[in-house]
Design a protein around this ligand. Structure first.
Ligand code: NAP
Length: 546
């Protein structure tokens, strides 16, 4: 359980601004940051683009959307009452359950009264004359605030593929992120899914159950491993509730805040029998243990990684009956775990079904979408439904879509064009009073754990400023550059940095996102927290305060 930030702040009311804090986003991060801002007595407004709370878990309502983290390790930990009241139904909750949970949180803590829905932030400009931010919505309305806190998520800027003709299609189509709220029936329909990331893999598995015919367009095969989801029994829930303190403590100790910690042994140190037995065990267990709880060298040593990849390739060959299809489903251009591992629930068996066809778009590129379907270099496919599971302009994309300008009108998008520069992944030099919850250079992993810590840190900083009548906080350029250098260095030797993926900032459907960049902190959450605590306990010497 993390410590509550409780500070005796004097009245935070500052008459020269409309709000003390504006938060962008009412997802997992924004809801909690609002809760913390309220505790500080800040006049706060949240702008949320959607019509309801939930962020990721509002938008991504595609069939099969669910957690890959254990539900009970993903929920908020800050409120004992909430932990006592909420029963998880599944070990890996589906989107509807998670959306219900976040609505429950919003209602329980009466958060909605400070949230403006359907409010898309178009611009945020820092005004140095009164140390404030002017925030403009896409309808032209605007307001001012002392602090601007982004809670925009790392995977919220959905991206359509660069394929011509998408608007000409006469059937139903959408990106998985923009899934309609009304039910979509696949019964008897000819369905296409483009994209086989974590989203595509979940959606394909579900859609294949009812579609008349499903065609999967794959560009990169994935090292996917079984999720092993199950219902949470009342007895299990009682046990989980008794153990919440230990569960959250365990999450705090691991690199990615998951309950799974790397095995202290190296794959190359143990015998082949021991290695295989361990991997078989991990393959049969629920969740990310196979990725986060693997031998310690699997994600850093090319030989260990190859052995692990070979193990998974054997599993794919065992599960897919047509050897040619199995080969198509085995990744050839990256090793296991060097991209975010999608967890699956019968994905590979889908390709044994007579109503499912796999198309490799490297062999047969998509030429265009037509009014009736999709044309590849070798065939014309007729479809009733086309689903774009083509991912996101990750991490910086949501920032790029807002015209954010700091001191002297400097654009954040321009500042980050080559490489994000941040201090602790929370602040950006030259952008005073601007804080990010899960911005670039934050550690990825089990989000709510990292979100709670970061939102607490931000709240503590604002409390510190308010008690001292400080109205302008900025990271020094030296501090931001030193942190950024440190983040970059941490990536040396990690196999994932040599692979194209959203985690290395690649999205060839977006201009300027075709060169790998260091987008995340790889030092692990315990080290991250130590660093943040050193800054706060040291009196924020890395920040300038006026
Ligand atoms: P993604 O991993 O970026 O996958 C996008 C897919 O679309 C890739 O297979 C990509 O191929 C393909 N694609 C893009 N443009 C294409 C084109 N023009 N032609 C053919 N294929 C194209 O995005 P995602 O699947 O939405 O997942 C993103 C992240 O969201 C995940 O890694 C995960 O962190 C998170 N997520 C979490 C959960 C969960 O917790 N359960 C579920 C879903 C997603 P290439 O690989 O070749 O680029």
């Amino acid at each position: 359980m993390n410590d509550a930030v409780k500070m005796d702040t004097p009245s935070a009311t500052q008459s020269d601004v409309d709000f003390d804090a504006i938060i962008i986003g009412a997802g997992v991060s924004g809801l909690y940051q609002l809760y913390r801002a309220r505790e500080l007595g800040l006049r706060t407004r949240v702008f949320e683009a959607g019509p309801n709370v939930g962020g990721t878990w509002y938008w991504n309502r595609y069939p099969g959307a669910r957690f890959d983290s254990e539900s009970w390790s993903y929920g908020y930990s800050f409120s004992q009452e909430l932990l006592d009241e909420w029963d998880w139904e599944e070990h890996f909750a589906g989107q509807p359950e998670t959306e219900r949970y976040l609505n429950y949180v919003a209602d329980k803590f009466d958060l909605r009264r400070d949230i403006q829905f359907n409010a898309v932030v178009a611009a945020a400009h820092y005004q140095d004359d009164n140390h404030s931010w002017k925030i403009t919505l896409d309808d032209g309305s605007h307001c001012t605030a002392r602090f601007l806190i982004t809670a925009v998520g790392v995977l919220s800027a959905a991206v359509m593929p660069r394929i011509s003709g998408t608007d000409s299609f006469k059937g139903q189509s959408c990106h998985t992120h923009n899934w309609p709220t009304e039910p979509v029936s696949f019964e008897g329909k000819r369905v296409a899914v483009i994209g086989t990331g974590a989203t595509g893999i979940q959606a394909i598995t579900e859609i294949a159950k009812t579609a008349g015919h499903l065609t999967v367009f794959q560009r990169t095969a994935q090292w996917s491993a079984p999720l092993h989801n199950s219902k949470v029994t009342p007895e299990e829930m009682a046990d989980i509730r008794k153990n919440y303190t230990d569960i959250f403590a365990r999450c705090q100790e691991t690199v990615g805040c998951f309950i799974h910690a790397a095995d202290p042994r190296a794959a190359l140190e143990v015998s082949e029998e021991e290695r295989e037995a361990f991997w078989e065990q991990r393959y049969s267990e629920p969740g990310f243990g196979i990725w986060m709880g693997n031998f310690k060298d699997v994600l850093v040593d090319a030989e260990a990684n190859q052995l692990m990849s070979d193990f998974l390739a054997r599993k794919i060959r065992e599960r897919v009956t047509d050897p040619a299809v199995a080969e198509m489903l085995i990744p050839k251009n990256h090793g296991f775990g060097t991209r975010r591992v999608p967890l699956e629930s019968g994905y590979f068996e889908v390709f044994n079904q007579p109503n499912v066809k796999l198309v490799d778009v490297n062999e047969n590129p998509i030429k265009c979408v037509t009014p009736d379907g999709i044309q590849t270099s070798d065939a014309d496919y007729g479809f009733d439904i086309i689903i774009y599971a083509t991912g996101f302009d990750a991490i910086t994309g949501a920032f790029d879509r807002i015209d954010i300008r700091g001191v002297g009108g400097t654009s954040l998008k321009d500042k980050w064009a080559d490489q994000p520069v941040t201090f602790l992944g929370i602040m950006v030099d030259g952008f005073p009073n601007f804080m990010m919850v899960m911005g670039p250079h934050a550690g990825l992993g089990n989000f709510p754990r990292a979100v709670e810590y970061t939102a607490d840190w931000v709240a503590e900083l604002i409390g510190h400023a308010n008690t001292r009548n400080v109205t302008r906080i900025d990271a020094t350029a030296d501090a931001a550059n030193a942190w950024t250098d440190h983040v970059v260095e941490l990536n040396d030797g990690l196999l994932f940095t040599e692979v194209d993926s959203w985690m290395t900032g690649i999205n060839r459907n977006v201009d300027g996102k075709d060169v790998r960049r260091i987008m995340r902190y790889s030092g692990g959450h315990p080290a991250f927290r130590r660093r943040c605590e050193a800054v706060s306990q040291g009196g924020y010497q890395e920040l300038s305060m006026d």
